[in-house]
Write a protein that binds this ligand. Structure first.
Ligand SMILES: NC(=O)c1ccc[n+]([C@@H]2O[C@H](COP(=O)([O-])OP(=O)(O)OC[C@H]3O[C@@H](n4cnc5c(N)ncnc54)[C@H](OP(=O)(O)O)[C@@H]3O)[C@@H](O)[C@H]2O)c1
Length: 288
C-alpha cells in the first residue's frame, strides 16, 4: 500500500487523484488531519485514516501496512516544522515502509534566506540518517504563489512588491505527476532529486509583462523598499511574522536561490512543463 499524507491539501490531493488513475484504490491510503475532509476519497475506496505529525502516536495507525509513505511536508514553520517532518519520517520507518518519499524544495539549504529551506535541509539530513531508502522530491517553486499578488496587481495596475529575482515557477499538477511516477515506477528518483522545475525563470517584471499582455492593460512592476512593503502589508492586516516570512522569499529570490532550471521534471513527464503564462491565465480568468 502507498500512504500519502497531506491528502486534503493542494499537492497531496492532486497526487492521490493521479494515483487513482494508475492503481486500484485498495492499494492507496491517506493520512489526514480531518477525515471528514477526505470523505470523497473514502467513497472512492481509498483507506482514510487520521494522522497528525504533531501527535506521532496517531501515525502508527495511519501508516500501518504501508510499503511506501509519501510525507507531504507539513505547512508549518521553523523548529516545529522540522520536528513534525522528522516525526513523520520516523513513523513511516517504524511502520515498516520500504521507502519514504518527502516533498522538499528546489532550494533546500541550511543557509537560505527563506525560512522553509532550512526546514527542508534539516528534514533531508534526517532522511539521510534514517536507515530507510528515501526520495526527497526537490519541488520547484509553486507557480500558484503568484496568485497572492495577481489580484492586487489587476486592481491597482501595479505589481508593487520588494526587489526580487528570477524564479522557476512550477505547477502543482506537474509536481504531483512526478511524485506519482516516483511512487509507481521502481528506481525512479531515488535519494535527493535534482531540482524538479519548469524550464523557464521569470522575475516579477516578466510577470507584470505577461499580465499586461494577457489583460490588454498596463501592469507596471514597482519595486518597493523592504521596510515600506512590510509596513504597508502589516497596515493591510498581514501579521508582522507573516510579512517577515514573505520578505524572506524576496530576499532569497534576489540572491538567486530560485534561479535554477533543470530538465529532470520535463524528462520525467515526457512533455513540456506548464508555463507561468498558463498559470497566470487561470488566475486572471478566475477573477472574471
Ligand atoms: N514548492 C513550493 O514552492 C512550496 C510552496 C509552499 C509550500 N510548500 C510545501 O509543500 C507542502 C504541500 O503544498 P500544498 O500546496 O499542498 O500546501 P497545502 O495545501 O497547505 O497543504 C499542506 C498539507 O499539510 C497538512 N498538514 C499541515 N500540518 C500538518 C500536521 N501537523 N500533520 C499532518 N499534516 C499536516 C495539511 O493538512 P490539512 O489539509 O488538514 O490542513 C495539508 O493537507 C506544504 O505543506 C509546504 O510544506 C512548497
Amino acid at each position: 500500500m502507498i500512504v500519502v499524507t497531506g491528502a486534503t491539501g493542494n499537492l497531496g490531493s492532486q497526487i492521490v487523484d493521479q494515483l487513482l488513475a494508475r492503481l486500484p484504490a485498495a492499494e492507496i491510503g491517506v493520512s489526514v488531519r480531518d477525515a471528514d475532509k477526505a470523505a470523497g476519497l473514502a467513497v472512492r475506496g481509498v483507506r482514510v485514516r487520521t494522522g497528525d505529525f504533531t501527535d506521532p502516536a496517531t501515525l502508527e495507525h495511519a501508516f500501518a501496512g504501508a510499503d511506501q509513505v509519501l510525507v507531504v511536508s507539513a505547512s508549518m514553520t521553523g523548529d516545529a516544522a522540522v520536528a513534525a517532518n522528522r516525526a513523520a519520517v520516523d513513523a513511516a520507518r517504524a511502520a515498516g515502509a520500504g521507502r519514504v518519499l518527502y516533498t522538499s524544495h528546489q532550494a533546500a539549504s541550511p543557509d537560505s534566506l527563506f525560512d522553509p529551506q532550512p526546514v527542508h535541509a534539516a528534514t533531508e539530513e534526517h532522511l539521510r540518517g534514517a536507515g530507510v531508502p528515501f526520495t526527497s522530491l526537490r519541488n520547484g517553486f509553486y507557480a500558484s504563489t503568484l496568485g497572492y499578488y495577481v489580484g492586487d496587481a489587476l486592481e491597482s495596475g501595479t505589481l508593487a512588491l520588494p526587489a526580487d529575482g528570477p524564479v522557476s515557477w512550477t505547477a502543482h499538477a506537474d509536481l504531483a505527476e512526478a511524485a506519482v511516477t516516483a511512487l509507481t515506477t521502481e528506481g525512479t528518483l531515488d535519494g535527493i532529486t535534482p531540482p524538479l522545475t519548469a524550464t523557464e525563470t521569470l522575475d516579477l517584471a516578466d510577470v507584470a509583462r505577461e499580465l499586461s499582455d494577457l489583460t490588454g492593460r498596463t501592469i507596471t512592476r514597482v519595486v518597493l523598499p523592504d521596510d515600506e512593503w512590510t509596513a504597508a502589508a502589516v497596515a493591510k492586516g498581514m501579521p508582522q511574522r507573516a510579512a517577515e516570512f514573505t520578505l524572506g522569499l524576496f530576499r532569497a529570490s534576489r540572491r538567486g536561490e530560485f534561479d535554477v532550471v533543470d530538465p529532470t521534471l520535463t524528462d520525467l513527464l515526457g512533455r513540456p512543463t506548464a508555463t507561468v503564462r498558463s498559470a497566470l491565465e487561470g488566475m486572471v480568468a478566475a477573477r472574471g
